[in-house]
Design a protein. Structure first.
Length: 237
């Protein structure tokens, strides 16, 4: 797990890499330069620094991919940003055009304890106002109900692996279900399909265009799930 204070500049780079390559796809220097509004030469120098820190794998003239450590940091800051956007939009009713920039300013100082409190207050949201998936927390829970039942934040244990939800996966991918987000009704619907913590998942099919369904193999059984379920079933890969 990543330790210590990470600079805001580094977090911004890792966040953009995650946004464009959450499955550890290679993100080009040109793409990073465009999104960060930074000269390509400066981006290249930062990528070399990030590689020395162990956060990325950098290939000259091609781009960068996140390492497991870089993924952990990127998911964490992305989660805080998107939860803050949800809070600013749904609770504070901030103007739509101002939400992103305000979330950017707040995400670097939001503590893990405050992030958890916001998530609970918002009833564990799965999407930000732009309909981007909110990554899972890195607390070692199987479900949100376990989180609700633990009152003292100091008793929380951090997860030792990075998770991706089904809708973030590339095909083919295999892994185990490690976290299921949502209320009791959604958990019951998922359980009715034979999906539970520890289930083996094979995602081998491309989601049809405009389809609201994902096709999986769960413990050797073919299963079709909705996009909502796919956004809330997380696997360790």
């Amino acid at each position: 797990m990543a330790e210590g204070k990470i600079s805001e500049n580094i977090e911004e780079y890792l966040e953009v890499l995650y946004r464009n390559g959450s499955n550890k796809e290679q993100v080009s220097t040109t793409q990073l330069s465009k999104e960060l509004n930074i000269a390509p030469g400066s981006v290249t120098q930062m990528l070399k620094k990030l590689e020395k820190l162990g956060y990325i794998i950098y290939t000259p003239y091609k781009g960068a991919t996140l390492t497991d450590e870089g993924m952990e940091i990127a998911q964490k800051i992305t989660r805080k940003h998107r939860i803050l956007e949800k809070f600013l939009s749904d609770v504070l009713k901030v103007k739509e055009e101002n939400i992103h920039d305000q979330a950017c300013e707040m995400e670097h100082t939001l503590s893990d304890e405050a992030e958890r409190a916001l998530c609970n207050m918002l009833q564990n949201p799965d999407l930000c106002p732009d309909d981007n998936v909110i990554p899972s927390c890195n607390f070692d829970f199987d479900t949100c109900q376990q989180c609700y039942s633990l009152n003292d934040f100091d008793d929380i244990v951090y997860r030792q692996s990075n998770l991706l939800c089904i809708s973030e996966l590339n095909s083919p991918t295999e892994g185990k279900v490690s976290f299921i987000r949502g209320d009791s009704e959604l958990l019951d619907d998922i359980a009715d399909l034979g999906i539970s913590i520890g289930s083996n998942v094979k995602y081998e099919f491309t989601k049809p265009f405009d389809s609201d369904e994902y096709f999986l193999v769960i413990d050797d059984n073919e299963v079709t799930i909705s996009t909502q379920m796919a956004n809330n079933i997380f696997i360790s890969i």
